[in-house]
Design a protein around this ligand. Structure first.
Ligand code: NAD
Length: 498
């Protein structure tokens, strides 16, 4: 394959990067496949100017016209799902069926915004006071930006731009520099759907581009998804520059397995949740908390499931799990496993030495299950972001809940049980934003909102769904009186109360 160039997309056209770009590699081969442009402050300025100009007319465009375009966009995403999925798989490494799944979950936000006229409508009160009516409305913020991670190059941006655009904003996307191509494809689809030029823009790059966005006076709000240290930095910098911000961070998601759960079902679900996309999901299950007698059968079943996972390139139909994103990421996972084993963890399945024939330079690490992990091990405390499932053993439900709640992260959490009582106590007591009962990855459907607690989210609005409608708009309340000449009430110096 010849190397390709990924340019910025500004005002409805590609804009070449100036200066040296960043290398793109196929994680399954380790080979360089292209170059992505790298935006500086000047490129961000240009994109904000194009967006600001387009936004004025877009905000005044009727909801009927906006949703007509969004319906067309939804259909185009369905038609181009395969192309999007293959593009994602090539740059990210995940399997094509998994990438198709991400495109589908991302498209759900388009389904949601096709009904934006309902989701964003205001309220009206007749005769709040005598002859006085009150109504509320929500108006767009202007130009808003999204900064997104490598692990869902389509789905995570889709949590943002459809809602921002549907509510009358112009959007500036800075996708991950590791797998940027899907964003340009989405830009082309928006154009084909009839979205006016400049309403959706893409600038590529790394920290320099991000900093220019965070400090730009023409950007009203920033949505960020990525690791916790960067989320914290983004929130603090954007707030210091007067922006509304939501910054979703990293995770370490626990699944509690009670002795009354079916170990075969629980292990099947946990293995898929831990090893899908090579564990590079913010909702991946990283930790199984086995309660009492649940532990031995669970570990035995996990061994069988992990050993059955076929590791290989994402575009091979026989592959269950692809590589991790970079060689550094591969080495990081291996180092965490080595340190944990040295400290006493039991390697039930050890993926450190996996080699994929014909792809010896690919960034592969096999599914790994570590038993008897303790809370002082890095493999437990840190977000490893690889195909590693740590099993911790506790004696009681209460201990399990305390352990889950002691994590600084609070993205997703799950319980596997046959007891309604334990399920209820868990869902009410756990300090996480998304909870599953016998569901390992409880990602909310697009008409609810997605977000964690604690170090998994900075800001007070979750992503997509109703909270995103609020995030990308500001409220206005209008109080109206049309007095008849004959019954005009004299203004009073006291505060009116009836
Ligand atoms: P990352 O934090 O390294 O990068 C995210 C974005 O920030 C990218 O666009 C990147 O270019 C930019 N960035 C990186 N370093 C920066 C810096 N020093 N200054 C300014 N910008 C910078 O994250 P990643 O490795 O691309 O993605 C994986 C992380 O994202 C994991 O921690 C995962 O849990 C998290 N994530 C969270 C959610 C969620 O919903 N909470 C969803 C997906 C991914």
């Amino acid at each position: 394959m010849t190397e390709y160039q990924v340019d910025h997309w500004i005002g409805g056209a590609t804009v070449p990067g100036s200066g040296e770009g960043l290398p793109l590699r196929n994680p399954a081969t380790g080979l360089r496949i292209g170059t992505v442009a790298r935006a500086d402050g000047g490129v961000v300025d240009r994109a904000v100017a194009a967006a600001a100009e387009a936004q004025r007319d877009w905000a005044a465009t009727s909801l009927a016209r906006r949703t007509e375009i969004l319906f067309r966009m939804r259909d185009l995403v369905v038609q181009h799902s395969d192309e999007l999925a293959r593009t994602i798989s090539r740059e990210h490494g995940k399997t094509v069926p998994d990438a198709l799944g991400e495109v589908g979950r991302g498209r759900e936000t388009l389904d949601f915004v096709c009904g934006i006229n309902h989701a964003a409508k205001g309220e009206f009160t007749v005769d709040a006071s005598t002859g006085v009516d009150v109504h509320s409305l929500r108006q767009p913020l202007g130009v808003v930006a999204g900064i997104t991670p490598f692990n869902f190059p389509a789905m995570v941006p889709f949590w943002m731009h459809p809602v921002a655009i549907a509510t009358g904003n112009a959007f500036l996307l800075k996708p991950s520099e590791r797998d940027p191509s899907a964003s340009n494809l989405v830009a082309e689809l928006y154009r084909e759907a009839g979205l006016p030029d400049g309403v959706f823009n893409v600038v590529h790059g790394d920290k320099e581009a991000v900093d220019a966005i965070l400090k730009h006076p023409g950007i009203a709000a920033v949505s960020f998804v990525g690791s916790t240290p960067i989320a914290r930095y983004v929130q603090q910098t954007a707030i210091a520059h007067g922006k509304r911000v939501q910054a979703l961070g990293g995770a370490n998601n626990h699944a509690v397995v009670m002795p009354d759960a079916d170990p075969s079902f629980a292990a099947e679900q946990l293995a898929a949740a831990a090893f899908g996309s090579a564990g590079q999901r913010c909702m991946a299950v990283t930790t199984a908390v086995a309660v009492g007698a649940a532990a031995d059968p669970l570990v035995q079943e996990l061994r069988t499931r992990a050993e059955a996972v076929v590791v290989g390139p994402g575009d091979d139909p026989g592959t269950d799990m692809g590589p991790v994103i970079t060689d550094d990421a591969r080495r990081r996972v291996v180092d965490y496993v080595t340190a944990a084993v040295d400290a006493g963890a039991v390697p039930v399945v050890d993926g450190r030495d996996v080699v994929v024939e014909g792809h010896e330079k690919g960034y592969f690490v096999g599914p790994t299950v570590l038993d008897r992990v303790t809370t002082d091990m890095g493999a437990y405390c840190d977000e490893v972001f690889g195909p590693l499932l740590a099993v911790l053993r506790v004696d009681t439900f209460e201990e399990a809940l305390d352990l889950v709640n002691s994590s600084p992260f609070g993205n997703g959490s799950a319980i596997f049980t046959a007891s309604g009582e334990h399920a209820r106590r868990f869902t009410l007591g756990v300090t996480a934003g998304m909870v599953g009962v016998n569901v390992p990855i409880p990602v909310p459907v697009a008409y609810y909102s997605f977000g964690g607690w604690k170090d998994s989210l900075f800001g007070d609005h979750h992503a997509h769904g109703p909270e995103a409608v609020r995030f990308y708009t500001r409220a206005k309340v209008v109080t109206t009186r049309w007095p008849h000449q004959e019954d005009r009430v004299a203004a009073s110096m006291s505060f009116p109360s009836t």
